[in-house]
Design a protein around this ligand. Structure first.
Ligand code: G1P
Ligand code: ZN
Length: 543
C-alpha cells in the first residue's frame, strides 16, 4: 500500500468554533475539504509515531465516508493504532471515556451535536486531547492557521476498512481496532451509579421513557436502560440512529423533543422522561407532567450527589456557566464547597476538573456533567436522576419542590431571539453597554439595579482572561438579567436573554416561571429597546 501525497489548496472557511468545525454536508463533500482539515489537525498535534487515536461519530450522514478518509490519513501520518467505534459510532461522552480509559494521544469526534443531519444537514469534526476534552483555543487556532497555508495531505492508497465487525484489521503499518461503541461507557456508568437500586425501582413498576431522537444514544440507552437495568424495551423511543435523525432536530428541549413532551404531559404518563441530543452530550429531564429546568437539575444533582456510589465521598466543587441560574451556588454554599462561574461553553470546565477543583458542572442549555469524562454527558445525567429517584422513592416533582422549599427557588427562563439581523443585535448590545452608567442604581418598581457589566473571566488554573462574555444587569435583591449573543447560530444573529429571580417564599413556588418573571421581562425589553430595534414582538424560543 502506497502513501500518496496529494497536492491541495486551502479553503478559507475552516475556522473551528468552540465545538469544532461545523458546516453543511455539501461543504464537507467538496474535494479535499475534509482532508485539508484532518491534515491540519495532524500537523498541529504532531503525535509521536505509533500513537493511538480514538475515532467515532454520531452516525449522521457522511459519518462513514469521513471515517474511511480519516483512517487512511491516520495510517499515512504515522499513527500506530486507531480505536474506532463499531459502525463508526461513538457518542461524544463515550469518545471522551475511551480516550481517557485507554490513555490515547487524543481522538477525533464527528458530529454537529444537535443540528439536523442528512444530505443537506450539518456535519462536524473536532479534536479532543488526551484528557478526553475538546482541544484548547490555542490548538484550534493553530489548526485553523495550518488550514490556511496547507499545500498537500498524506493518505494511504487502500481499500475501505470493514467497520461493522469487532476486531483488528491492518491498514498499512497501522492497526484499526473496531471496538464496541457502548461497552466501555456502560462499564463506567455502572461504576458510578447504583444499578442494583435502579433495577429494583424499575422492576417495581416505575415507568420511564427515554427519547434518543433517532440519534446516537439509541444503542447506549438500549444497552444500559433495557439490557442492564431491566426497563421494558419500549422505554426507549426513536432508538435507531438514522443518518438524517428521521428528519428531526435532535435537540432535547421542550420545542424539539415534543413527541416525548406530549407523552409525559399526556394521559397515562410515565414517571420519568428524558431525552438526549444528536451526539449524546445534552439531556432534558422530565417528571410526570413536570419539566426540570437544567439549572435546577444541576443544583439537585449536587445536593443529592452522595446518593450515587461514584460521588459518595462528596464534591470538590461545582462550576456553572455565568447565565446558568445561581441555584447551584446555594447548594455549594450549604455544602461548604466552591462554586465557579465560567463563561458559556464547556471548555472552561475542563481546566477546573483537570486541576481537581470541581466534580460537577453544568449549563442552562441542557448540559450537565462531571469529572468522569471531559464532555457533558446526557445519559450520565439521566442515570444520576434515576439513582436519586431509586434512593428517595419520591416523584420528580416532589423532589424538585422539596429542593425549592429548602434552598428557595431560582425562578429561571431563557428567551431566544433567533435569526435577527446582526446589525440590530449588535445595536442592542451597544445600547446596553452605553447605558451601564445610567442604569446603575436605577429603580424599576421594587427592583433596583446594583451593578451592570460585561462579564469577564480569569481562569483560576492558567490565568487566561476571557472578556465580553455577556452583559449582566444585577439587582439588589439578587435578580439578574443577562444578554448574550449566541456563538453557535448559523443564520444572522441569535440574541439570548436570561432571566432569573430568587423566590424564597414557598407559597409562590407554584407560579409559572413566565408569570413570576414578568417584571424582569418587562425591564429587559425596555432597557434593550429590543422590539423597536429588531421588529420582533416575541422570542423565537422560550425555555
Ligand atoms: C450554546 C449554548 C451553550 C453551549 C453551546 C454548545 O451556545 O448556549 O451553553 O455550551 O451551545 O453546546 P450559544 O449558541 O449560546 O453560544
Ligand atoms: Zn451535543
Amino acid at each position: 500500500m502506497q502513501v500518496l501525497t496529494v497536492a491541495t489548496t486551502p479553503f478559507s472557511d475552516q475556522k473551528p468554533g468552540t465545538s469544532g468545525l461545523r458546516k453543511r454536508v455539501p461543504a464537507f463533500q467538496q474535494p479535499n475539504y475534509l482532508e485539508n482539515f484532518v491534515q491540519s489537525i495532524f500537523d498541529t498535534i504532531a503525535a509521536p509515531s505509533g500513537a493511538t487515536l480514538v475515532l467515532g461519530g454520531d452516525g449522521r450522514y457522511y459519518n462513514r465516508e469521513a471515517i474511511q478518509i480519516i483512517l487512511k490519513m491516520a495510517a499515512a501520518n504515522g499513527f500506530g493504532r486507531v480505536l474506532v467505534g463499531q459502525g463508526g459510532i461513538l457518542s461524544t461522552p463515550a469518545a471522551s471515556c475511551v480516550i481517557r480509559k485507554y490513555g490515547t494521544y487524543g481522538g477525533i469526534i464527528l458530529s454537529a451535536s444537535h443540528n439536523p443531519g442528512g444530505p443537506d444537514g450539518d456535519f462536524g469534526i473536532k479534536y479532543n486531547g488526551s484528557n478526553g476534552g475538546p482541544a484548547t483555543e490555542a490548538v484550534t487556532e493553530a489548526i485553523f492557521a495550518k488550514s490556511k497555508s496547507i499545500t498537500g495531505y498524506r493518505i494511504l492508497d487502500a481499500a475501505d476498512v470493514a467497520l461493522d465487525e469487532l476486531g483488528e484489521t491492518a491498514l498499512g503499518a497501522m492497526t484499526v481496532q473496531v471496538i464496541d461503541s457502548v461497552a466501555d461507557y456502560a462499564e463506567l456508568m455502572e461504576s458510578l451509579f447504583d444499578f442494583g437500586a435502579i433495577r429494583e425501582l424499575l422492576s417495581g413498576g416505575f415507568r420511564i421513557k427515554f427519547d434518543a431522537m433517532h440519534a446516537v444514544t439509541g444503542p447506549y440507552a438500549r444497552e444500559i436502560l433495557v439490557t442492564r437495568l431491566g426497563a421494558p424495551a419500549d422505554s426507549v423511543m426513536n432508538a435507531v440512529p438514522l443518518p438524517d435523525f428521521g428528519n428531526g432536530h435532535p435537540d432535547p428541549n421542550l420545542t424539539y423533543a415534543h413527541e416525548l413532551v406530549e407523552i409525559v404531559y399526556g394521559k397515562d404518563a410515565p414517571d420519568f422522561g428524558a431525552a438526549s441530543d444528536g451526539d449524546g452530550d445534552r439531556n432534558m429531564i422530565l417528571g410526570k407532567g413536570f419539566f426540570v429546568n437544567p439549572s435546577d437539575s444541576l443544583a439537585l444533582i449536587a445536593a443529592n450527589a452522595k446518593l450515587a456510589p461514584g460521588y459518595r465521598q462528596g464534591l470538590a466543587g461545582i462550576a456553572r456557566s455565568m447565565p446558568t441560574s445561581e441555584a447551584a451556588d446555594r447548594v455549594a454554599q450549604a455544602l461548604g464547597i466552591p462554586c465557579y462561574e465560567t463563561p458559556t461553553g464547556w471548555k472552561f470546565f475542563g481546566n477546573l476538573m483537570d486541576a481537581g477543583k470541581v466534580t460537577l458542572c453544568g449549563e442552562e442549555s441542557f448540559g450537565t456533567g462531571s469529572d468522569h469524562v471531559r464532555e457533558k454527558d446526557g445519559l450520565w445525567a439521566v442515570l444520576f436522576w434515576l439513582n436519586i429517584l431509586a434512593s428517595r422513592r419520591q416523584s420528580v416533582e416532589a423532589i424538585v419542590r422539596e429542593h425549592w422549599a429548602k434552598y428557595g427557588r431560582n425562578v429561571y427562563s431563557r428567551h431566544d431571539y433567533e435569526g435577527i439581523p446582526s446589525d440590530a443585535a449588535n445595536g442592542v448590545m451597544k445600547l446596553l453597554k452605553d447605558s451601564f452608567e445610567s442604569l446603575k442604581g436605577a429603580q424599576f418598581g421594587h427592583l433596583q439595579v446594583k451593578l451592570c457589566d460585561d462579564f469577564s473571566y480569569t481562569d483560576p488554573v492558567d490565568g487566561s482572561v476571557s472578556t465580553g462574555q455577556g452583559i449582566r444587569i444585577l439587582f439588589v435583591d439578587g435578580s439578574r438579567i443577562v444578554f448574550r449573543l449566541s456563538g453557535t447560530g448559523t443564520e444572522g444573529a441569535t440574541l439570548r436573554i436570561y432571566l432569573e429571580n430568587y423566590e424564597p417564599d414557598v407559597s409562590k413556588h407554584h407560579l409559572d416561571a413566565q408569570e413570576a418573571l414578568a417584571t424582569l421581562i418587562g425591564i429587559a425589553l425596555k432597557i434593550s429597546e429590543l422590539r423597536l430595534r429588531t421588529g420582533r414582538d416575541a422570542p423565537t424560543v422560550i425555555t
